[in-house]
Design a protein around this ligand. Structure first.
Ligand code: ADP
Ligand code: MG
Length: 331
């Protein structure tokens, strides 16, 4: 079968968070070849007609969709899936609608609230008169950008009044260029990632991962940009993940799994996904975000969870392909 690996174009001077898609494209292409597929690769940019024509030239049975951003913004993550749907070309992962609804965190939070999925309270800082109903500690973050873009210690702030919220709006407007950013109630406590891989019996929650914050002292315990992308930084070295849990966590892990599956269902996810959680000091889980197309590189959380659950990269890729739109063509 012909599989076209479609990834976003990456500028040579782009940061490691953007360069990462090239690692994924290379690793997935290798896995596809090991699985006996004929593989082509196309880079996608804002010249959509050109990129689609390039995809078509390969006559793929399936596109492996790795388009994470366009023109340097994740806000356009749904564009190529939408075009592939319109063109009738099957592709891996979630639909355009599911990607749009989950990757815009403000929209996702509204949907989660409607579905009774716990997500921290927030203040919409794009609102010119932000309302502050609960004074406290918040974290300011982008609604549309991912990979901890712009997230650093100074994003954790106290907001007690509308004036504080207004000040935060001014301070962070330059950092979050797209303008869509918000303050979310800061959940002190543990952090978990739950990866989900679709299989013949439906979505399977893989071994839960916890991020361990060591040696942070008084600093906010967050996985900011350097913790994710600067391998030489102290934050990176002090945020290892673990899959080992004691018996006392059994109930908590069950509730994280149930909530992750509720996210899968509510957002109509397909193939694979990862749900990021914090758990507060009363052991209540809160969903921070739903990643409908989490990073698939070998050193990232999804493949690590798959490995812990007994799945190698090739079987992950096989399952993702099998779950894609055109299951009939794969058999
Ligand atoms: N409400 C929150 N409370 C505590 N920490 C948070 C909160 N929101 C984000 N963080 C920290 O910031 C990191 C990145 O935030 P997240 O919402 O997962 O965005 P993304 O991974 O898309 O950049 C999280 O892994 C977590 O460490
Ligand atoms: Mg996250």
């Amino acid at each position: 079968m012909n599989v076209c690996v479609l990834h976003n174009e990456v500028a040579p001077d782009a940061g490691p968070d953007e360069q990462d898609v090239l690692v994924q494209a290379a690793e997935i292409s290798e896995a596809l070849k090991r699985l006996g597929q004929a593989v082509s690769r196309t880079a996608a940019d804002l010249e959509c007609a050109r990129a689609l024509a390039a995809v078509r030239r390969h006559s793929p049975c399936l596109v492996f969709n790795l388009v994470e951003s366009l023109a340097g913004s994740d806000a356009l993550i749904h564009v190529y899936p939408g075009l592939l749907e319109a063109a009738g070309i099957p592709f891996t992962g979630s639909s355009a609608a599911a990607l749009f609804l989950s990757s815009n965190k403000l929209i996702a939070k509204r949907l989660m609230a409607c579905a009774g999925i716990p997500t921290p309270a927030h203040i919409d800082l794009s609102d010119c008169r932000p309302r502050v109903s609960a004074p406290g500690t918040y974290i300011v973050k982008s609604a549309t950008e991912h990979a901890s873009a712009g997230i650093d210690d100074d994003c954790v702030i106290e907001i007690a009044s509308a004036a504080d919220a207004d000040a935060a709006r001014t301070t962070f407007a330059r950092r979050f260029r797209q303008g869509l950013f918000f303050a979310e109630a800061f959940i002190r406590g543990r952090e978990f990632n739950l990866s989900i891989l679709e299989g013949p019996g439906g979505p399977e929650v893989l071994c839960p991962a916890e991020i361990i914050f060591g040696g942070f002292g008084e600093r906010p315990k967050i996985v900011g940009y350097s913790a994710k992308w600067d391998a030489a930084s102290s934050e990176y070295l002090h945020t290892p993940r673990t899959f080992a849990f004691g018996e006392s966590d059994r109930g908590l892990l069950e509730s994280l799994k149930t909530t992750a599956l509720a996210c899968w269902r509510e957002f109509g996810l397909r193939g694979y996904a990862r749900v990021d959680f914090r758990v507060d000091e009363d052991s209540r889980p809160w969903v921070l975000e739903i990643n409908a197309n989490p990073c698939l590189s070998s050193d990232a959380g999804f493949m690590a969870a798959a490995h812990a659950s007994g799945y190698g990269p090739d079987s992950v890729i096989e399952r993702i392909m099998a779950a894609s739109a055109q299951e009939g063509a794969l058999s």
